[in-house]
Each structure stands twice: as C-alpha cells, then as structure tokens.
Design a protein around this ligand. Structure first.
Ligand SMILES: Nc1nc2c(ncn2[C@@H]2O[C@H](COP(=O)(O)OP(=O)(O)O)[C@@H](O)[C@H]2O)c(=O)[nH]1
Ligand SMILES: [Mg+2]
Length: 224
C-alpha cells in the first residue's frame, strides 16, 4: 500500500473533486425518508467512534462539516453531503457501541440495512476500522450484511497516526486476511489518518476513479 501506487493523475483528480464545494443536504432518520436519488453515493460506515465524521471532514478539508464527537453513538441518522453536484458523501450511524439502548441500536441498524439494500445510487461503502485494533466481530457482521446485499465495499483503517510505522503493514495484512471470507470486499486496504492526513489524498483519488468508472470509461482501479 505505498502511496506511490496511486497514479499522480488520479491524486490530482481527487484533489480537484474535493477542492470544490461540499454542503450538508439532508439528514434521514427513517428508511422511508431518504432524499430523492441524485448523484453516486459514497457511504462511510463503521463502529461508533471509529472516525467516520473525522474522515469526511479530512476528505473535504472542512474541520466542522460532519459533526465529530468524543461520545460514541451520537449520529442516529444518515447524513448526506453534496460534493460539488458530482457525488454525495453519506455519514452513517455507528454500530457496535454496547452502551446504546438495545432498541435504539436495532433501529439504527435497520435504517442502515434498508439504505444499503435498496439504494441504486450507492457507489461504494467504506467500512472504517480502527487501525489500532483491526477487524472486530461487529465489522464482520456488517460485512456479511453487505456481502448478502451484494454492495461493494472497501475497508479503510483509521487513526493511523496512533499505529506505529512498524505495525502498519502487519495490521493491513491481518485485515486483508480477515477480508478473504467476504465476497464483496475490495481486496485492498488503505491506512488513513484524519489527524495527520495520511491516506487522505489516496482515498480522494479512489473516489474520483470510481466516479469516472461510473460515468463511463476507465476500466481499472488502484486503491492505494
Ligand atoms: N488520533 C486520531 N484520532 C482520531 C482520528 N480520527 C478521529 N479521531 C478521534 O476519534 C473520535 C471519534 O471520531 P468521530 O469522527 O466522531 O467518529 P465517528 O463516531 O465514527 O463519526 C474523536 O475523538 C476524534 O478526534 C485520527 O485520524 N487520529
Ligand atoms: Mg460521527
């Protein structure tokens, strides 16, 4: 996963895509209250507190676009952001936070499941996993649901600034190993840090490339 593996043209395309305006457009608390279908959607899923909102902020270069929190389990809605009229970013409710009342956490996953199953404009889900800890059972559970729904997704490791350089490749390799039993998982894993910016240009490039593929043309994708 060297940063040099992503072609400079795609890094530049990603930079441009995310340099434009990005605005909040919609918060949906119910599956029957989603915004009308618009551009391709890139959704950010993961355990509570894994860094979903922080990564959206880092990608868009806006410190306060998506609300971040030290209190896990606060986002109870699907939050939609418009990226220059070209794509949408979707901040998803977190999962796997035990202190959340059972009924509430079930309704979150119901909303998420409904969204993931029935959204034709969903281009890719990023399953964020804490780079310090690697895959947890709740991540496997989410990925099984994505496999079953035939939604393509990629695992993105977060908080790389807190993972020693010597441990990063080991964590990536272990994560890849854990993905082998998941049929819809993209077979590459990117280590990121919203705090230090590592991997952020590569993730922007990946999204730009997926967008280009969707709107016709480019055949192959390099993730990181
Ligand atoms: N060290 C470090 N902490 C991070 C990073 N990204 C997020 N965090 C922290 O993790 C906590 C949860 O982040 P947040 O984006 O709200 O997570 P979410 O619940 O998945 O949306 C906050 O205290 C963030 O400051 C990162 O790249 N590095
Ligand atoms: Mg959040």
């Amino acid at each position: 996963m060297s940063e040099a593996a992503v072609a400079p043209d795609w890094i530049e395309a990603g930079r441009k895509l995310f340099a434009g305006p990005c605005e909040f457009i919609f918060a949906a608390a119910r599956a029957d209250g989603l915004p009308p279908i618009g551009g391709p959607e890139f959704a950010f899923a993961g355990r509570s507190n894994v860094g979903k909102s922080s990564l959206i902020n880092a990608l868009t270069g806006r410190a306060t676009l998506a609300r971040t929190s030290r209190t896990p389990g606060r986002t109870q809605e699907l939050i939609f952001f418009d990226l220059g009229g070209k794509a949408r970013l979707v901040d998803m409710p977190g999962y796997g936070y035990a202190a959340v009342a059972k009924s509430k956490s079930e309704s979150w996953s119901e909303l998420s499941r409904d969204y993931l199953r029935g959204r034709p404009s969903l281009a890719r889900v990023f399953v964020l996993v804490d780079g310090r800890h690697g895959l947890k059972e709740s991540d496997h559970e989410t990925m099984r649901a994505l496999d079953a729904a035939a939604v393509s997704y990629a695992v993105v490791l977060t908080k790389g600034d807190e993972v020693k350089a010597a441990d990063q490749d080991v964590r990536i390799a272990a994560t890849l190993e854990g993905l082998r039993k998941h049929v819809a998982a993209y077979p590459e894993v990117l280590m990121t840090s919203s705090r230090a910016g590592d991997g952020v240009p590569e993730l922007r490039a990946h999204i730009a490339q997926l967008l280009a593929e969707r709107t016709g043309g480019v055949a192959s994708a390099a993730f990181g």
